[in-house]
Write a protein that binds this ligand. Structure first.
Ligand code: CDP
Ligand code: MG
Length: 670
């Protein structure tokens, strides 16, 4: 059994492990000159963080244990400090470096620049980061590298034992993102081959026991391990006591009919009635956040609510706008950050304790956008769904960082107590697994069903994924990666259907066009609807220009990957038919047929006969060609197909003869 620590004593203490080993931690104070830089204020800020007191304990645990699990509330300094402690203690010497993973791209960029700033170094040198299509590291100089968990998984394809890292910190493990779960399973395997590798798993919630028993070796293995004097294989758990202030919770008396409207009026009444202090509003996604920002801006323009600075925060937000969120609130103003659940744990908004500046009020809609995959219908949708109690507590906690705060929950207490689930469902149990399966296969994990999962995905989802990959020609009938197609598809860091389209474009002589499309599809926010005032339109143009530049960069990288795979870069010079054929070769599984005699444009998916419709923003809306292929579905009142092209049904059988034979004997005749 592993230990759960709540150290609170001043002096070092010895604790007996049930298994016989002895663990201890100490809280000896540190010399303040540790970083060697003359930025007293930064150093002071670091020392004020709760993890600072645990520096020695953390380093001791990392030294002596293969796996250390560190639990501490958001803002206690886990992400920004622990990698620095490790570096100061010499873990980035001797040619190996320190990795810290995050589930979210935005968090990777933000913590990397914060740490570079604290260390007084240029971002991309000693401290760097890597997210998909963006590598800001230097092979010779980088010692601390922040990266998404997905990027670390990709690195394993070239370096299966992740041998360039001495310590890997898997941060925000409580989020249980798809890639985090897969990563933890693989790291457990790597640990057996590399006993010297150290893992730190950090989490903002107490769910640590599950992860601890996952990393706990069997008794037999434990016996073998103690003989060779390596680090203790039993994970250690350390709980970092936060210094959060009390947060008073308010519930609505009756359920609110419209959380967006309710959130807006709650913000306005806080501004009207409560003392100064910033407000953090949790909504679900870009759409409702933009709407709320719009409503609040209108209110603050019409006089009464001056002094509000209203800022959106979500993953696809351009850099300049993100920076506003993290910058200090000017005197006499009140900042309102309207965010997705990204602000729940993975980002620290600006906090200046001694000036008592920062978030003091939280407005919690009780919802977040979550991915749900239904293996029966084979449809994955982002759905606005109720959050868990664990999330609700995290959200409330954001209000108590600088002084006692208040959290306004836009749901009833009864609902919280009786209906809200205790914890969220791990993403792996609600996702389409096509990308994960191909990655595991590429890493040589043949028996995917028997993989050591922290939480097993459903066998239906697994079978669906295998089926799609088989039909794409990526897996053979023994479920092994095919050569060269399977390996090449795995090599391209995109959804396998898009990767397959890129491969097919080589045959059709339209790789340039297809790569451009792939680059655009990989951008989250290039499509921006333009309405509003002149000033807003100017902002939209700027955003578009930024996204366009980014898309060009992504395209350049994809062209390089394609060339490496032997794809000839060639344009079809306007012959759009071949581009559509290449898309059909990758996306045939998303084929839909217009219902005969349909008066409202209803389509049915060929595979599972689900009702779907062309999205009103599509140029094919109301055109309703007989056969279409979509790139993605969005569900609102209906399932809408986004990014739709019309096809000739004969291409489907050409692209995937097996698939269309197995799925439906003769779907094409009508
Ligand atoms: O990871 P954890 O939530 O435990 O904390 P952290 O992200 O390491 O943040 C620790 C402190 O660093 C915060 O309280 C902020 O004062 C500061 N910080 C910041 O100012 N800007 C950032 N981008 C990240 C952290
Ligand atoms: Mg953190």
């Amino acid at each position: 059994m592993s230990q759960f620590w709540k150290p609170g004593t001043e002096r070092p203490r010895l604790i007996d492990d049930e298994e016989g080993g002895v663990l201890f931690y100490s809280t000896s104070p540190l010399s303040s000159s540790s970083s060697g830089y003359g930025f007293a204020s930064v150093e002071k800020q670091r020392q004020r963080l709760p993890v600072y007191k645990y520096r020695t304990a953390i380093l001791y645990l990392v030294e002596t244990h293969a796996t250390a699990i560190i639990v501490g509330e958001t803002g206690s300094g886990k992400t920004t400090q622990i990698p620095q402690f490790l570096k100061e203690a010499g873990w980035a010497e001797g040619g190996r470096i320190i990795a810290c993973t995050q589930p979210r791209r935005l968090a990777v960029q933000s913590v990397a620049s914060r740490v570079a700033e604290e260390m007084g170094v240029k971002l991309g040198e000693e401290v760097g980061y890597t997210i998909r299509f963006e590598d800001v590291t230097n092979t010779d100089l980088t010692k601390i590298k922040f990266l998404t968990d997905g990027v670390l998984l990709r690195e394993m394809m070239d370096d299966p034992l992740l041998s360039k890292y001495s310590v890997i910190m898997v941060d925000e493990a409580h989020e249980r993102s798809l890639s985090t779960d897969i990563l933890l399973g693989l790291l457990k395997k790597i640990q057996r081959r590399r006993p010297e590798l150290r893992l730190i798993i950090s989490s903002a919630t107490i769910e640590a026991k599950k992860i601890s028993s996952f990393f706990s070796p069997s008794k037999r293995r434990q016996a073998l391990l103690t003989e060779d004097h390596g680090p203790n294989a039993e994970p250690a758990i350390l709980s970092v006591e936060g210094r959060g202030f009390n947060v008073e919770i308010f519930y609505v008396e009756d359920p609110v009919p419209d959380y967006l409207q309710a959130a807006v009026s709650t913000v306005l009444s806080i501004h009207d009635q409560e003392a100064m202090g910033d407000i953090l509003v949790f909504l679900t996604g870009q759409d409702d956040i933009d709407a709320a920002v719009q409503l609040l801006s209108e209110e603050s323009r019409n006089g009464q609510n001056q002094g509000l600075i209203i800022l959106p925060l979500y993953s696809g937000l351009p850099r300049a706008e993100q920076d506003l969120v993290f910058s200090p609130t000017p005197r006499g103003k009140r900042k309102v950050v309207v965010s997705t659940n990204i602000a729940e744990t993975s980002l620290t908004l600006e906090v200046i304790r001694w000036q008592k500046k920062g978030i003091v009020y939280v407005v919690d809609s009780g919802f977040s956008k979550q991915r749900f995959y239904n293996p029966i219908t084979d449809i994955e949708s982002l759905i606005v769904a109720p959050i868990s109690k664990a999330s609700a507590r995290q959200r409330a906690g954001r209000a108590g960082r600088v002084r006692p705060g208040k959290c306004y929950r836009l749901y009833t207490e009864e609902y919280f107590l009786k209906e809200m689930s205790a914890e969220g469902i791990p993403e792996i149990q609600r996702s389409n697994l096509v990308s994960s399966v191909i990655q595991l296969k590429a890493l040589g994990i043949d028996n995917i069903l028997g993989f050591d999962w922290l939480a097993s995905p459903s066998s239906e989802a697994m079978i669906r994924a295998l089926e799609v990959l088989y039909s794409l020609g990526v897996l053979d009938s023994d479920a092994k990666l095919t050569s060269p197609d399977g390996f090449q598809v795995a090599e391209i860091p995109l959804d396998p259907m898009i990767s397959k389209t890129i491969l097919a474009s080589n045959q059709y002589g339209c790789s340039e066009e297809v790569i451009t499309i792939a680059a655009l599809l990989s951008m989250q926010s290039i499509w921006i609807s333009a309405r509003g005032t002149e000033k807003e339109l100017d902002e939209v143009k700027l955003r578009f220009a930024a996204a366009e530049k980014k898309a060009l960069e992504v395209r350049e990288q994809l062209r390089r990957i394609a060339q490496r795979l032997g794809i000839v870069l060639k344009s079809c010079e306007g012959d759009i038919q071949v581009v559509r054929k290449a898309i059909a070769a990758g996306f045939f599984a998303n084929a839909c047929r217009l219902e005969p005699y349909s008066y409202n444009g209803m389509y049915k998916t060929v595979r599972t006969s689900q009702e779907v419709y062309v999205h009103p923003s599509s140029v094919l809306f109301r055109v309703n060609p007989k056969w279409v292929i979509y790139n993605s579905l969005v569900s609102t009142d209906r399932q809408y197909m986004r990014n739709v092209i019309s096809i000739d049904p004969s291409w489907l059988r050409e692209a995937a003869p097996h698939f269309y034979q197995h799925q439906q004997p003769n779907p094409i005749a009508h």
